[in-house]
Write a protein that binds this ligand. Structure first.
Ligand code: HQG
Length: 185
């Protein structure tokens, strides 16, 4: 039971901390942090049960480590995936030569034409390995994995950031940096 409840609550936290904090009447600071005490109070007012112990468990056990606390656990934020403007102060990092973007076959035509776009998130999300990319892509339908020429993108000045939960983030990717002859189904 606990697991099911935590997953549900985790999804709700994702809505609040990445997309719509106004759902429960809170605001995030410019770095995406919510006040933990206020978050707990307002989530409870939305008729969901949560306390510090449950919140700590969700942060610790969430399958993708989506959320993190500040040092004294007075603040919490999502580590990536925002649609609202937040400054995560991510460090620019040197990525491996190839990263993977998992998506659905129904988007291919448009991706071929326009490239991989951020859509309504702050960054394009790339995975370190094929298995993770598969999990990301299959949320959207019949999965297809696009290997990305990272060195090529770096040569045109693209910057790459690694989120705290190990998702690679970058700006829109022009179609010619997708390794079309190496796509994985
Ligand atoms: C696609 C999950 C048409 C793009 C995952 C993707 C990730 C295009 C979809 C994180 C396009 C956007 C993000 C174009 C891109 N034409 N479709 N030109 N360019 N797309 O969910 O990368 O579970 O916003 O391929 O693990 O799937 O939420 O992005 O299929 O890290 O923690 O448009 O979400 O994390 O979908 O997933 P999304 P995503 P969480």
């Amino acid at each position: 039971m606990r697991k099911v409840d935590d997953v549900k609550l985790g999804k709700f936290l994702s809505l609040v901390l990445r997309h719509k904090p106004e759902t429960i009447g809170i605001t995030l600071d410019k770095n995406g942090w919510a006040d933990v005490k206020e978050l707990i109070e307002k989530v409870r007012l939305s008729e969901r049960y949560i306390d510090m112990e449950i919140l700590e468990r969700i942060v610790r056990e969430n399958s993708k480590k989506r959320y993190s606390f500040n040092e004294d656990k007075t603040k919490i934020r999502a580590s990536q995936g925002h649609s609202i403007e937040v400054e995560l102060n991510l460090k620019k990092m040197t990525p491996p030569k190839i990263l993977y973007h998992g998506t659905a076959t129904r988007f291919l035509e448009s991706i071929k034409e326009k490239g991989i776009l951020k859509m309504n998130r702050q960054y394009v999300h790339l995975s370190m390995d094929i298995e993770t990319a598969r999990n990301v892509g299959q949320r959207h339908g019949e999965v297809i994995i696009l290997p990305i020429d990272i060195e090529g993108l770096e040569s045109i000045g693209h910057k790459f950031y690694l989120s705290e939960n190990k998702v690679w983030l970058c700006d829109d990717i022009p179609s010619r940096y997708i390794l079309w002859d190496k796509v994985i189904r």
